[in-house]
Ligand binder design. Structure first.
Ligand SMILES: [Zn+2]
Length: 72
C-alpha cells in the first residue's frame, strides 16, 4: 500500500474549493486514512499545526490593527 506523502496531506488540508482535482485528492486521502492509522495521525497532526499557526497569524494581524493585506 502506498502511503500519502506530505504534499498530498498539505494540499488536502488546503482545499477550500471543490474543484474536480481537489475532490479527487480528498477522495484519495479519505480512502487511505480510513485504512491507515499512520497517515490518519499525520493528517491530524498537520491539521493541528495549521490550526495553531492560523490562530497565531490571525492574532498577530489583529494586533497590527486589522488590515493586513498590504505590506509597509
Ligand atoms: Zn498510510
Amino acid at each position: 500500500m502506498e502511503h500519502l506523502n506530505m504534499e498530498d496531506i498539505l494540499s488536502f488540508l488546503e482545499i477550500n474549493e471543490l474543484t474536480e482535482s481537489n475532490l479527487a485528492l480528498a477522495k484519495r486521502v479519505n480512502a487511505h486514512i480510513v485504512r491507515c492509522r499512520k497517515c490518519a495521525r499525520q493528517v491530524i497532526a498537520f491539521h493541528e499545526i495549521r490550526e495553531a499557526f492560523g490562530k497565531e497569524t490571525l492574532k498577530r494581524q489583529a494586533e497590527k490593527g486589522g488590515s493586513s493585506a498590504e505590506l509597509d
